[in-house]
Design a protein around this ligand. Structure first.
Ligand SMILES: NC(=O)c1ccc[n+]([C@@H]2O[C@H](COP(=O)([O-])OP(=O)(O)OC[C@H]3O[C@@H](n4cnc5c(N)ncnc54)[C@H](O)[C@@H]3O)[C@@H](O)[C@H]2O)c1
Ligand SMILES: [Zn+2]
Length: 649
């Protein structure tokens, strides 16, 4: 890097940071940003006299945007130095031990969200401020008050700044994006941007709707007496803040490596996105001695996890026709390694998504793979375009059967019931895990059976013979027998599996279970009113279910004869009693297990719920009843001891 390149690099980093911090819509991966950042850092170390004042190494990144009032932090907020591997860790430890050799470490997750400073005085939350440039941030108290994991009052009376990260849990993020997809709104790129964007809304009601979560990780101004950081944090948790899902006090490097590996291995199982682990010196007096650089504390470091976002190129867009006829585009991308898995495809949800993101063949894009979910394209790098990229057009004909496609809101559908793709996919669905769970009947075999004209519908599966199978390529005695056994095994499956396997639109596993439990094998004879009686089944679902039964009655009857699903035990209509049709909550230790008492009450026709609300009719409590009992009292809900309950029945 020469001086000219250095100046350019600083400009580029600042541009990326603007999109990241201010617009909450990054145009570079963290990995790409970090790489250039470290090149800049290295250049600066060798050319100290050339360091630019606006270099991102010289200041905390966030920029305070207009629209909010600026507010100073009582004590400064900082960024973190980052390290990426064991070598880096060794270097960091050597450097840190030189400052003080008698230290231990507190390790906790590095949450991927937005930082927030909370100021409490006289036990009351008085301010919420974003990190900003570390000295001053945006005053967002009204938004912060909508976050339920932030207590509005705490028992601690002194002036205290509690710092932490605001995040959106992964499942909530998926939910928000699903809803946005349905409404045709732009999707959030990742949970971090969703959290940061939701926190910095000018309208607090938008923030309130997003289910943000606050996780404390440290303190600013405070007069807490504890000498160790982790003791201070325990005190903070005891004030009503959330604990980290994992944390550890470490004596040495081995301990640090062990907890790091554990966090990386369990990364997908945590509710929130983590992008690393933060290692902090546990002794507060040592922290004070070590102090800060212009940007980061010398007593802490972020040990980053392998990146889950990478840059790749779109090579092709395939069209998949599902069992309902919905045509979904799938991107074929240049194979890219993400955490040891080679990614070759990415979902695109629908064509609106392609149009909105303006994805073209040949585009450089950012893909995200986290957990088991299918990788997705989150962004096109428009500034990387060469002009040779090719636009993608909405299809008008089914790529499989050629019939005209129906454009239904954001969905594009093949309407041909006999379209090969629809038939094959409904057979695959029929055999899948949450349905009849037929082992060995995966995509490839179903396609083979279909192409060889052995199976044209699910019913045909049950008349397959060994002779037929043995004629197929790849089938020997054992494989053929296993498949026939697996198909035979599907006979006598639970009824809810049978209902689910029909693949009725809007009727998934949960609805199938409810329908099976309520109506048993009589489900063919029910009316709309009967269905609507079930909590959780609405108009659209009921209509879809009944319409499907009407059209496919014959086939369903034939299938019932072949499969003979197992009817669940139906609960008899309960006799009249004080708990019939009442909502009941159990709490505390009882004379029998909670499960047994729950069953007894359910047999009496009660609905047993896990949480107390105004709609609760009774809270029945045993010994050591806690917050549920208190809540019942405060809401004026009737409370009964176990004995009182038993006397009433
Ligand atoms: N993609 C882009 O274009 C782009 C642009 C700018 C920055 N970035 C990303 O942001 C990083 C730099 O941002 P930064 O300066 O905010 O630093 P950082 O986000 O890497 O680390 C500091 C922050 O981590 C957060 N944090 C989470 N858990 C924590 C814990 N347990 N203890 C302490 N802090 C915790 C805090 O909010 C703290 O302010 C870069 O490394 C890069 O990954 C990306
Ligand atoms: Zn078709």
């Amino acid at each position: 890097m020469n001086n000219q390149e250095y100046i350019e690099a600083v400009k580029l980093l600042n541009k990326w940071a603007y999109h990241y911090y201010v617009l909450d819509d990054p145009i570079m991966t963290d990995e790409g940003y970090d790489k250039l950042y470290h090149e800049v850092l290295e250049y600066e170390e060798n050319h100290k006299e050339e360091v630019l004042k606006d270099s991102p190494t010289q200041r905390v990144g966030d920029i305070v945007s207009d629209g909010f009032t600026k507010e100073k932090h009582i004590s400064r907020m900082w960024s973190l130095e980052d390290i990426f591997n064991e070598d880096d860790l060794d270097k960091w430890l050597t450097k840190t031990y030189k400052l003080d050799s008698r230290i231990s470490f507190y390790c906790e997750p590095k949450y991927d969200g937005a930082s927030l400073d909370l100021v409490y005085e006289n036990g009351e939350l008085i301010k919420g401020i974003t990190r900003g440039d570390g000295v001053e941030g945006e005053l967002i108290t009204q938004n912060v008050k909508t976050i339920r994991s932030i207590p509005l009052t705490i028992e601690h009376k002194g002036l205290i700044e509690i710092r932490g990260e605001v995040v959106i849990f992964k499942d909530e993020f998926e939910k928000i994006n699903e809803e946005r997809l349905k409404k045709g709104e732009a999707l959030f790129a990742n949970p971090r941007n969703a959290a940061a964007g939701s926190l910095r809304q000018l309208d607090p009601s938008i923030t309130a709707a997003r289910n943000l979560v606050f996780l404390p990780y440290g303190l600013g101004e405070n007069e807490l007496p504890e000498k160790l950081l982790h003791d201070k944090m325990e005190y903070i948790y005891s004030l009503g803040f959330r604990k980290p899902p994992v944390s550890a006090v470490c004596k040495n490097k081995d301990d640090i490596q062990e907890i790091y590996k554990e966090m990386v291995a369990n990364r997908d199982s945590y509710s929130m996105m983590l992008d690393g682990m933060v290692i902090k010196v546990d002794e507060i007096s040592s922290q004070i001695d070590m102090g800060y650089t212009v940007k980061v504390p010398r007593w802490a470091v972020a040990y980053k996890f392998p990146a889950v976002e990478k840059i790749t190129t779109v090579k092709d867009i395939l069209l998949q026709v599902g069992r309902t006829g919905a045509v979904t585009p799938v991107a074929v991308v240049e194979p890219t390694d993400i955490e040891g898995v080679v990614v070759e495809r990415a979902t695109l949800h629908n064509f609106d998504e392609i149009t909105r993101k303006d994805i073209r063949l040949g585009d450089k894009v950012i893909i995200l793979r986290s957990g088991d979910v299918i990788p997705k394209i989150i962004k096109v790098l428009e500034h990387e375009r060469t002009g040779n990229e090719v636009e993608v057009h909405r299809p008008t004909e089914c790529p499989v059967c050629g019939s005209e496609l129906l454009q239904e809101d954001v969905l594009i559908k093949c309407q041909n019931l006999e379209c090969n793709a629809r038939v094959v996919n409904s057979i695959i669905y029929f055999a899948s895990k949450p349905c009849l769970n037929i082992d060995g009947l995966g995509n490839k075999i179903v396609e083979q059976l279909f192409n060889e004209h052995l199976v044209k519908s699910v019913l045909d599966l049950f008349s397959l013979t060994k002779e037929q199978l043995l004629e197929l390529e790849g089938f020997k005695e054992k494989k053929a027998q296993n498949l026939l056994d697996a198909i035979a095994n599907a006979k006598g499956s639970e009824l809810w599996r049978f209902i689910n396997s029909l693949g009725i639109e809007h009727i998934g596993e949960v609805a199938s279970k409810m329908i099976a439990a309520k109506f048993g094998l009589k489900f063919l004879e029910i009316h709309k009113e009967d269905l609507l009686e079930i909590d959780g089944i609405g108009e659209e679902m009921a209509e879809s279910f009944l319409e499907f039964l009407r059209v496919n009655e014959e086939t369903i009857k034939e299938l019932l004869e072949v499969i003979e699903p197992l009817e669940p035990e139906l609960r008899e209509e309960a006799h009249e009693n004080p708990f019939k049709a009442k909502t009941v909550v159990l709490t505390g230790t009882m004379s029998e297990s909670r499960g047994a008492i729950k069953e007894m009450l359910e047999n009496l026709g009660a609905k047993v719920s896990g949480s107390v609300s105004k709609k609760t009719d009774f809270v029945i409590y045993g010994e050591d009843a806690g917050s549920k009992y208190d809540k019942a009292v405060s809401l004026g809900v009737a409370t009964l001891t176990e004995d009182e309950m038993r006397e009433m029945v």
